[in-house]
Design a protein. Sequence first.
Length: 83
Amino acid sequence: MNAISVRRLDPDLHAWLREQASAHGVSMEEEVRRVLRAAREAAEADAQAERKARLEALFARSIKPPPGTPCSTDVIRRMRDER
């Protein structure tokens, strides 16, 4: 089992954790687990949003052929046949 010890925890933060744990009806240890899970989920959501934004920016810069342009497969076949 993994364990963590946090030294020099701000007394105000300790009191807040105790109040939150009491309000949620759980131990302080469980409340800390919940806070850490929420922080991890928020970080993962931020990372996913950043990846999505980068992909959308990349796709926005892509070249879109005008209507009626032959598909790339047809162009490649035509070039192959011209050899």
